[in-house]
Design a protein around this ligand. Structure first.
Ligand code: NAD
Ligand code: UDX
Length: 464
């Protein structure tokens, strides 16, 4: 018989835990949803009018359930104790030390969450891996739970990876292409899967809820991100060829995307993909392949990351070479710092590498992003190895694009914010030093229009 879920807890109030649980609470008013995190500042922000995550439409979803059946708390133990089903949505960053450093997933937050769940739980609970983890992690979680439960609690472990993309999280959660749930193929495992299916079935058609064994579900998440990232590296590799030959990468993307076997999505050439997931998950896949003694497969997927690194560095080289081989002391307006539009997230943003390299070339950067705070930009660049002294002397954060552009030798667009598509080009031209150079890393501006307005323009993937 399916166990009715009355109370859910989620460990981790981040980009995934917060929005996902807000959607469950909004769609399931009969279920109490508690999101628990030790980060007091984050929890306070979820309980305030200024959410810690910027996502279009998220404020309304949170407001509809907050204080009714949606709660954010730092009291992790009580949240676990009171829940029938516990989502684990903690970070799984790339490991930066020891065995597998730079590739393997760091599972310390998963492990500590599992140990705490084991310690606090009583009765029967369903544990759901929401975080992206290497295949077979459920085995580790099960063994930690089994070995550390003083109260004799029993558990079923499920895999339920999240496929939302930032910037469109609300839409993605409201109407996902699919929900994937993996479980043990036993009567108890099937019952746990059914319990989670019945939560999602409150708003998602059953035919879009896919159930598989645990390992297929765990692996599918890494594979989905690897395929998506591969498409971007593929089109970015072709962007370089387009620039060299006079072809236009958007025209090529349209031409190939109309083949229904290829499809039109995820073929937008860019300065490189960023975000907290693609690189981390690709490296994790590479590490897994190496661990299972499949070096050729590892090499194949590693190339997707290498191409992405090359795309970012060739963009910087293009700027330096075009500006007569030196950017020392030159003001360069940087438009956009987030890893994509409609988010305040900067994790692995290509802007970090581009700005770091330009600062190391001693450029003077004037950065504008509509959603990213000055504090975040400073922290990201310091973490990327830029000295605080260089930041103090060679970088300023501007509150509008035209202030950043004023007196600049060059402008570079690094995020595809909609507002950059409608820049007042005559005004921009008038504010800049001449020749006025534009480097559009997101193809948000029209090359023809830039040239017509007098700019020396480079748009990614567009040959002149
Ligand atoms: P995040 O860093 O924004 O949030 C993780 C949160 O977990 C942090 O606030 C941290 O304080 C908290 N935490 C750590 N240990 C905890 C514990 N024991 N108990 C309670 N809270 C704890 O990370 P995120 O972007 O939300 O990603 C979470 C997972 O989801 C990762 O595995 C990621 O790969 C995956 N994922 C992310 C996205 C995305 O778009 N960001 C999409 C799909 C999947
Ligand atoms: C990704 C996956 O899309 C999502 O399913 C998964 O759950 C988490 O990882 P996210 O990283 O939030 O989501 O954003 P996404 O839209 O995938 O973009 C990732 C990066 O690729 C961004 O830097 C974006 O600008 C870039 N990108 C995307 C391109 O350069 N070209 C494209 O055609 C699409």
């Amino acid at each position: 018989m399916t166990m009715p879920i009355k109370s859910i807890c989620c460990l981790g109030a981040g980009y995934v835990g917060g929005p996902t649980m807000a959607m469950i609470a909004a769609k399931c008013p009969h279920i109490k949803v508690t999101v628990a995190d030790m980060n007091e500042q984050r929890v306070a922000a979820w309980n305030s009018d200024t959410l810690p995550v910027y996502e279009p439409g998220l404020d309304a979803i949170v407001a509809s359930a907050l204080g009714r059946n949606l709660h954010f708390t730092t009291d992790i133990r009580s949240a676990i104790a009171g829940a029938d089903l516990i989502f684990v949505s903690v970070g799984t960053p790339t490991k930066s030390y020891g065995i597998g450093a730079g590739r393997a997933a760091d599972l310390r937050y998963i492990e500590s969450a599992a140990r705490l769940i084991a310690e606090v739980s009583e009765g029967h609970k369903i544990i759901v891996e929401k975080s992206t983890i290497p295949v077979k992690t459920a085995t580790a979680i099960k063994s930690i739970l089994a070995a550390n439960s003083p109260n004799g609690a029993t558990f079923q472990v499920l895999s339920n990876p999240e496929f939302l993309a930032e910037g469109t999280a609300v839409e993605d959660l409201q109407s996902p292409d699919r929900i994937l749930i993996g479980g043990e193929i036993t009567p108890e495992g099937n019952a746990a899967v059914e319990a989670l299916v019945s939560v999602y079935a409150n708003w998602i058609p059953r035919e879009r809820i896919l159930t598989t064994n645990l390992w297929s579900s765990e692996l599918s998440k890494l594979v989905a991100n690897a395929f998506l990232a591969q498409r971007i590296s593929s089109i970015n590799s072709i962007s370089a060829l387009c620039e060299a030959t006079g072809a236009d990468v958007d025209e090529v993307a349209r031409a190939i995307g109309m083949d229904s076997r290829i499809g039109p999505k995820f073929l937008k050439a860019s300065v490189g993909f960023g975000g907290s997931c693609f690189q981390k998950d690709l490296l994790n896949l590479v590490y897994l392949c190496e661990s299972f003694n499949l070096p050729q497969v590892a090499k194949y997927w590693r190339q997707v990351v290498q191409l992405n690194d090359w795309q970012k560095s060739r963009f910087v080289e293009k700027i330096v070479r075009t500006l007569y081989n030196t950017v020392n002391g030159k003001r360069i307006a940087i438009l956009g710092f987030a890893f994509k539009k409609d988010t305040n997230d900067t994790r692995e943003s290509p802007a970090i590498q581009v700005c770091r390299d330009l600062l190391h070339e001693r450029a003077h950067l004037a950065i504008y992003d509509p959603r990213v705070s000055a504090e975040t930009i400073h922290q990201d660049l310091i973490a990327a190895g830029v000295s605080p002294e260089l930041i103090a002397t060679n970088m300023e954060i501007c509150s509008d694009p035209y202030t950043a552009i004023k007196g600049a030798h060059a402008l570079a667009t690094l995020t595809e914010w909609d507002e950059f598509r409608t820049l007042d080009l005559p005004r921009v031209y008038g504010l800049m030093l001449k020749p006025a150079f534009v480097f559009d890393g997101r193809a948000v501006l029209s090359l023809e229009s830039l040239v017509a307005h007098g700019f020396e323009a480079f748009v990614i993937g567009k040959g002149l």
